[in-house]
Design a protein around this ligand. Structure first.
Ligand code: UDP
Ligand code: MG
Length: 337
C-alpha cells in the first residue's frame, strides 16, 4: 500500500527540514505494511522553503515537490497535492509539526478497517479563551445554516482513501472551502481526538481578518440559505410596513392629521437602508462567486516541480480537450487527423 503525505508549505523554511526528518523517523517502522511518498507543495513562499524542498528531494527519492508561481492559498496547495499524489491513501498534514506524525499509524490502521476518511480532531487546549468561545458560537451558527455538518476542531489533518481523493478532485469549484468539501463527499468516516500543539516555529498565517473571511466562506459556499433568509426578512419587513401604514392611516382618519414623527421617519429610513445594504451584500457575495467560477481560471500555476500530476480518472486522452480538466495549464495537443 502506498501512502502519500501531502504537505502544503508557505514560508516554512525554518521548519520544513525538521518536519521531513521527524516524519521520516516516525514512518520508518511502518515500512513493512506501507510505502510512503511525500508531496510537498510550496505555495509561493518568498523565503528559502523551495531551496529546502529541492535539497530534501535530492536526498530522499520518495520526495516530490510542486512550487507555485505565487501564493495561491492553502486550499489550492492542498488541491495541487491531491492531484499529484499517487497513493492508495493520502494523508494531508501541515508543515509546522502541529499535526503530530505519530498519528499517521493510527490513521492507517483505521483506514484498513474500512474507513475512507480518518479525521484527527484537535482539542482546543492552549487556545485563547476568546478564540475557543468564538469558534464554538460560530460552529453552532454555521451548522444551522449549511447543508453539511462542520465539526469544531476538525481541520485538514486527515487521511483520505483513493476513492475519497478522487471524489474531492471531482469538485472543481474555484472557491474551495475544504472543510465543507470533505464533509460533502461523505464516505465512512472515523474521527479521533488529539491534544492541540502550539506551533513550534514561525508564525501562524491566520490573522483575525482572514479568519473572519474564512468563516464567511463557510457560511456562503455551501448553500443558498442566506439568500432565503434575506427573502424572508424582506417579507417580514414588508408586512410590518403595511401594518404600520394601516395603523397610521386609520389613526389619521379617526383623530385627524397630527404632526408627523420625525424620529420614526429617521429610524425607518436608516434601519431599512441598513437592511438593504446587508441584503445587497449577501446577493453580491453570491454574484462574486459566480463571477469567479465563470472565469474558469486554473486554481494555481506551477513554476517548478520534479513530478507530474496523476491523470484524472476517466480523463480525455487529449489533454486540454475536456473543459473539466482544470488546474495546471496543460499544453493543448491536436490529435493527428
Ligand atoms: N499554508 C499554505 N498557504 C498559505 C497559508 C498556509 O500552504 O497561504 C500552509 C502552511 O505552510 C502550513 C499550513 O498551511 O503548513 C497551515 O498554516 P498555519 O500553520 O499558518 O495555520 P494554522 O495552523 O494556524 O491553522
Ligand atoms: Mg499551523
Amino acid at each position: 500500500m502506498l501512502i502519500s503525505l501531502v504537505v502544503p508549505c508557505f514560508h516554512e523554511a525554518d521548519i520544513v527540514r525538521r518536519f521531513h526528518s521527524h516524519v521520516a523517523r516516525e514512518i520508518a517502522p511502518l515500512a513493512p505494511t506501507a510505502e510512503f511518498e511525500f508531496v510537498y507543495v510550496d505555495d509561493g513562499s518568498r523565503d528559502a522553503t523551495l531551496d529546502h524542498l529541492r535539497e530534501i528531494a535530492a536526498t530522499d527519492p520518495r520526495v516530490r515537490y510542486v512550487s507555485f508561481s505565487r501564493n495561491f492559498g492553502k486550499e489550492s496547495a492542498m488541491l495541487a497535492g491531491l492531484r499529484h499524489a499517487d497513493g492508495d491513501a493520502v494523508v494531508i498534514m501541515d508543515a509546522d509539526l502541529q499535526h503530530p506524525p505519530e498519528l499517521i499509524e493510527r490513521m492507517i490502521t483505521l483506514h484498513s478497517q474500512g474507513h475512507d476518511q480518518v479525521v484527527a480532531r484537535r482539542t482546543r487546549a492552549g487556545d485563547r479563551v476568546t478564540r475557543t468561545l468564538t469558534a464554538r458560537a460560530y460552529y453552532r451558527l454555521v451548522n444551522r445554516l449549511v447543508d453539511v455538518e462542520l465539526v469544531d476542531g476538525v481541520g485538514d489533518f486527515r487521511l483520505l482513501s483513493r476513492r475519497a481523493v478522487d471524489a474531492v478532485l471531482e469538485l472543481t469549484e474555484y472557491n474551495r472551502f475544504s472543510k465543507g468539501l470533505f464533509a460533502w463527499i461523505g464516505f465512512p468516516t472515523a474521527t479521533f481526538s488529539y491534544e492541540n500543539l502550539v506551533r513550534e516555529q514561525g508564525r501562524s498565517k491566520w490573522t483575525f481578518g482572514k479568519l473572519l473571511n474564512y468563516g464567511l466562506d463557510g457560511v456562503l459556499s455551501f448553500n443558498n440559505k442566506p439568500l432565503r433568509a434575506a427573502l424572508y426578512l424582506g417579507l417580514l419587513l414588508l408586512g410590518c410596513a403595511m401594518a404600520y401604514t394601516a395603523w397610521i392611516v386609520g389613526d389619521a382618519l379617526v383623530n385627524g392629521v397630527e404632526t408627523p414623527g420625525y424620529v420614526t421617519l429617521l429610524v425607518a429610513v436608516t434601519a431599512l437602508s441598513g437592511v438593504q445594504m446587508v441584503m445587497l451584500g449577501v446577493v453580491g457575495e453570491y454574484v462574486g462567486r459566480i463571477y469567479y467560477e465563470t472565469k474558469r481560471r486554473p486554481h494555481f500555476l506551477v513554476s517548478e516541480t520534479n513530478t507530474s500530476p496523476r491523470p484524472a480518472p476517466g480523463a480525455s486522452p487529449y489533454p486540454g480537450d475536456s473543459l473539466d480538466s482544470l488546474g495546471e495549464s496543460v499544453a493543448r495537443t491536436t490529435p493527428a487527423a
